[in-house]
Design a protein around this ligand. Structure first.
Ligand code: GAL
Ligand code: CA
Length: 354
């Protein structure tokens, strides 16, 4: 694999904007030390987010910032993390990637807006010899295999669906009467889905329900709709469903916590004696509070901090020219998978501390 720090040639490796005002000689020295055969002590990471307006992603970006600062003081090396907000526009994100490359970033970390854009970004990075770490929004296998400098850090969406379904299955087995309010032996549910086509939406939707049917529970879907991971959109869907089905909703499955909190907002707006059982995914801070208060039955911890740590470990290894498999648990040469974990009132303590 080519690595930019060893191979980049003047002038494609430019210093960050702040350095461009330096006198010519000093600037040339900076460039020489950054691009020559010797070891550059300054690492520049470009991280592109699909949108910063997403609770899980913005928390993950904050984790990455914190970990970068720790690594800086631990290694004594200068590490600059550039973070770009794609604002849900793939063309905006494409420009941001171009700018990161023009700025001379040593490693790119990309949370794709549209996973079908992976190939174009992979080709740009390969042309510049800049390693590329995709995260959270998984490109298809074929795109990951385009070049050996491409990686993916994420979590297996199918596992989160199964764990979410098992939370409800356990509740059903433990106290079926509480859940099966109309006593018909069938679990009536609604499903709040993330973005259409996102693998986390598709797989969580499918495998949460499969865990129940595999466990021998008969289910009936009253309604399902995409709310794009978004709390306000989910509240609007839930308000509509409450009008339509009222207390007939026995369980609310939500592909993430923000939408589960939206369902809770809608329930709180229309006072009622009993609430349906609600489950989410992510274990965001406000979701943990909702578990503590009993409004959210449970969630599935999506290890954003672990993913941020893996991104950084991978980045440092690549930059140092080390074997990435020594730094992270690498599968098939390209993938790092972080496990999901169930969260309920019973083990909530473990997650508060994180
Ligand atoms: C999921 C997460 C969602 C949302 C989405 C964005 O893994 O559960 O809350 O952040 O990623 O791609
Ligand atoms: Ca029922």
């Amino acid at each position: 694999m080519r690595r930019r720090i060893k191979n980049c040639s003047f002038p494609s490796c430019r210093p960050p904007a702040g350095r461009r005002g330096l006198p010519a000689l000093l600037a040339a020295l900076v460039l020489l030390s950054g691009c020559g055969g010797g070891k550059d002590d300054s690492l520049r990471i470009g991280a592109a987010l699909y949108t910063q307006d997403d609770t899980f992603i913005s928390a993950m970006a904050q984790d990455l910032e914190g970990l970068v600062r720790e690594a800086e003081s631990g290694t004594g090396k200068k590490i600059t993390l550039f973070i770009a907000d794609g604002k849900s526009s793939q063309s905006t994100q494409m420009d941001q990637v171009d700018r990161f490359l023009a700025r001379g970033c040593d490693v790119l970390c990309v949370n794709l807006v549209d996973r079908t854009a992976a190939a174009v970004i992979a080709d740009k990075a390969e042309a510049e010899g800049v390693p590329l770490v995709f995260f959270n929004r998984q490109p298809v296998e074929e795109d990951i295999q385009r070049w050996d400098g491409i990686y993916y850090v994420g979590a297996d969406a199918r596992e989160s669906g199964e764990l979410q379904g098992e939370l409800v299955l356990d509740a059903w087995r433990r106290d079926r009467e509480a859940l099966d309010r109309n006593g018909d032996g069938v679990l009536q549910y609604v499903m709040l889905e993330g973005e259409p086509g996102h693998q986390d939406s598709l797989l969580r939707t499918e495998y949460s329900i499969k865990a129940l049917t595999d466990g021998g529970v008969e289910v009936e879907k009253l309604a399902n709709e995409a709310a794009n991971w978004n709390r306000a959109q989910a509240a609007a869907r839930m308000a509509q469903w409450l009008e339509e089905f009222g207390d007939g909703i026995e369980t609310v499955f939500s592909n993430n916590d923000d939408m589960a909190l939206g369902a809770i907002d809608a329930l709180a707006d229309t006072p009622r004696d009993r609430w349906p059982l609600i489950v989410g995914v992510d274990a965001t801070a406000p979701a943990l509070e909702a578990v503590a208060s009993g409004q959210l039955y449970g969630t599935v911890h999506n290890d954003g901090r672990g993913q941020a740590q893996a991104i950084l470990d991978l980045t440092l290894a690549l930059w140092n020219g080390e074997d990435p498999a020594q730094a992270v648990d690498l599968e098939e040469g390209h993938y790092v998978w972080l496990p999901y974990r169930q969260v309920t009132l019973e083990n909530l303590e473990e997650f508060w501390k994180e």
